[in-house]
Design a protein around this ligand. Structure first.
Ligand SMILES: [Mg+2]
Length: 366
């Protein structure tokens, strides 16, 4: 057994309150109910990971995610973290429908592996785009007054790209965007429908926004995930680029989207697929001539730092939606990348360079 074999895995729940209820067309959260995980190697090197299940998107909740991660963990004991790719493939075979649970374990392995190598996690993927990057900011579905209040607050902090959750009520969606547009100069919008629109609703939404002169940068997953024809029709009829999010939960999904020309962007999220598979989808997306966006579920900086590592190391990401740690009322993690206003600053220390205390009564597998 070499020094980089996995000796112990610890898993514990973490509750982080969300400052404003995270309301999207298909669901609602007031607390991020996530899992943190820690892998310890034979030489004592540790790595941390996070699972952020979002039932309405991925079908996982925390209880099933915890069961799955606990069930998968014993198969990792005694394995070398350098074999993370084949381990990730094995996890995918064992628990295909629990990507968030797998993502937490993969992230912890990758953190430990890159710490062993004494390189920042992003260096594992290359060093293609190591610089400060700007994220959008999400405005959940809420009333007009709160929408304006939130948008003004973020604008003051420097945010210019507003990801508006929409898809419940077209006319109200248009009114909310118009109010923000009227109040704040030089901004752009992403409209994220989370599958809530019909094709007709979405076209009405876009013409409404065009009527008042709003700058719609991107439409994210306006219609239900299986309606790839609808996505294509919307891109063609509106001329606004479309990002496939819920429609792409595997490499096969990405292939179908590309083949049908159903989207301009694919939104990569490690919680939908695990980390290794997310990288494969990203590589495929670029080779198919589509563009890359990166986002997350309601995550702390652990999972989001892993996603940021793809941006820095792999490169080729045009749109960053890496804002959820800013929507949480506390930051349970020390170290790692930093935010200043809308900018994410890269880190240069080994792994993710983060610490999170593990409670004494955590689940331990060894
Ligand atoms: Mg989305």
């Amino acid at each position: 057994m070499s020094s980089n074999t996995i000796q112990r895995i610890e898993i514990w729940p973490i509750d982080v309150p969300i400052t404003d209820p995270f309301v999207v067309a298909t669901g609602e959260r007031v607390t991020a109910q996530n899992l943190f995980m820690r892998v310890t190697l034979r030489d004592g090197t540790q790595g941390i990971g996070e699972a952020a299940p979002f039932p309405e998107v991925g079908g996982e909740d925390r209880a099933s995610c915890l069961d799955t991660a606990t069930g998968l963990a014993p198969t990792l004991i005694g394995q070398s973290v350098a074999d993370y790719q084949s381990i990730a493939d094995k996890l995918q075979e064992q628990a295909p429908f629990y990507p968030a649970a797998r993502c937490g374990l993969e992230t912890a392995m990758l953190d430990a592996h890159s710490r062993s190598l004494r390189i920042p996690l992003w260096q594992l993927w290359g060093s293609a785009d190591v610089r400060d990057r700007e994220t959008d900011i999400t405005i959940p579905i809420c009333d007009l007054e709160r929408t304006l209040e939130l948008a003004r607050g973020w604008y003051t902090k420097g945010f210019r790209l507003f990801k508006m959750k929409v898809g419940k009520d077209v006319e109200e969606d248009i009114r909310r965007l118009e109010a923000v547009h009227d109040a704040l100069p030089n901004i752009g919008f992403i409209g994220d429908g989370n599958q809530g629109f019909s094709r007709e609703d979405c076209i009405r939404f876009v013409s409404g926004v065009k009527r008042f002169g709003g700058h719609l940068v991107l439409l994210e997953q306006p219609v239900i995930r299986d309606d790839l024809e609808g996505l294509r029709a919307i891109r063609q009829l509106t001329g606004v680029p479309v990002a496939a999010d819920e429609s792409v939960r595997s490499l096969d999904d990405a292939r179908r989207v590309a083949q049908l020309q159903a989207a301009d962007y694919i939104n990569i999220k490690i919680m939908k697929t695990g980390v290794v598979e997310a990288l494969r989808i990203a590589t495929f997306t670029r080779s198919a001539g589509l563009r890359l966006m990166v986002g997350g579920m309601v995550e702390t900086r652990i999972a989001m730092g892993c996603s940021f590592s793809l941006v820095l190391g792999r490169g080729g990401f045009d749109v960053l939606d890496l804002d959820t740690p800013l929507l949480l009322s506390t930051d349970p993690v020390l170290g790692g990348y930093r935010y200043s206003g809308p900018l994410l600053h890269p880190w240069h220390e080994a792994g993710l360079d983060m610490q999170a205390p593990c409670p004494a009564d955590c689940m331990t597998i060894q």
